[in-house]
Design a protein around this ligand. Sequence first.
Ligand SMILES: Cc1ncc(COP(=O)(O)O)c(C=O)c1O
Length: 409
Amino acid sequence: MPESKDRYLPCLSSRMDGFEAPATIAMAMKARALKAEGKPVISLALGQPDFPTPKVAIDAAYQSALDGNTKYPPIDGMLTLKQAVKKKFAQENHLDYSLDEIVIANGAKQILFNALMATLNKDDEVIIPVPYWTSYPIMVQFLGGIPRFVVCPEEKGFRLNASDVQKAITSRTKWIILNSPSNPTGVVWPKEDLLALAEILRAHPHIWIFSDEIYEHLIFDGAQHYSLAALAPDLKDRILTANGASKTYAMPGWRVGYAGGPKRLMNAMLKIQSNSTSGVCSISQTAAVAALEHASSEVASMKTAYDRRRITMVKMLSTLKGISCNVPQGAFYVYPGIQACIGKITAGGRRIESDYDFSEGLLEEQYVAVVPGSAFGLSPYLRISYAADDAVLDEACHRIAKFVDHLHD
Ligand SMILES: Cc1ncc(COP(=O)(O)O)c(C=O)c1O
């Protein structure tokens, strides 16, 4: 006789062992539950613009649906969008990709997933700078690879040191994943760092390079974004330059990502896309064309607002005892260190042993959701998104300050 009925349930694959939802999602779910209880929760945990999608994109989508653009779209993307992406790469990134070197996918996330799936064999290694966007190591592990972490410490401005990368390279290294401007630190890697990195990678032709440039338009203080493939054209045939509409055009729900890269890799990625999701929603693609071609003034005004909020947030954090705050030059996050808060007791009587405890305390006592640095591989830090309305952000700053001011021994 079976001990319990559960013993006969069909099982999950071993791929799912140890697979957890990213902490960014976990914190957002906790915040949602408190909100449902009627608590005045402010969430600065999610990485998405608070602005509406530019009207020009919505109008184009509506018209596209009325015009009957509702059939299965081409797997690699609609010609009009590929042409708009080709033009964007040429004008903004000094990159000349032919149309068959460009693919459209369901977000930059799917670009990375398809690329890893098309290339990783079991136990292949992927170099990931730390702190990292949460999905990078999860995807690598999910597909049988091994993440090799290279720490970019705060003392070095969270910049990637090329000689640290050199030390992490082995004969099994298949990819290095680069992300500038960075989620979560907001750091924009300067040209000299990218050139030094290119010099190292030049000597290791077995390594693919993923350049995640999704925050390229959100840069401040005169910082400049460089595409590695333009800085090191001799490496272009192994660089995948990824981008998308989610952040720049406030279109995360439309699910449009795109990439330029070598034809051999793109063809392999398309085989995966063709047998999983198929092409991206045709209506979203039309909206993305309109955004790429006609939304530059909306992008400029969103950028002005992000810059103002960035200054508000950094100013507040730098007045707080126990918090160290690097000034980010890109994206819409700050990544303050909370080392001096470890061991303190909150007003609610909670002992802070980690950045997770800090985030949980801040959420439960002041109803502000942020994400602990542990989710991004570097503790003790917090990732705070300032993609929120100015008044909401002011209130959040007030509550964060109150929480920190009340910490005691
Ligand atoms: C660094 C980075 N890359 C990629 C993505 C995914 O973007 P998409 O919405 O295009 O899938 C995100 C989203 O948070 C991100 O932060």
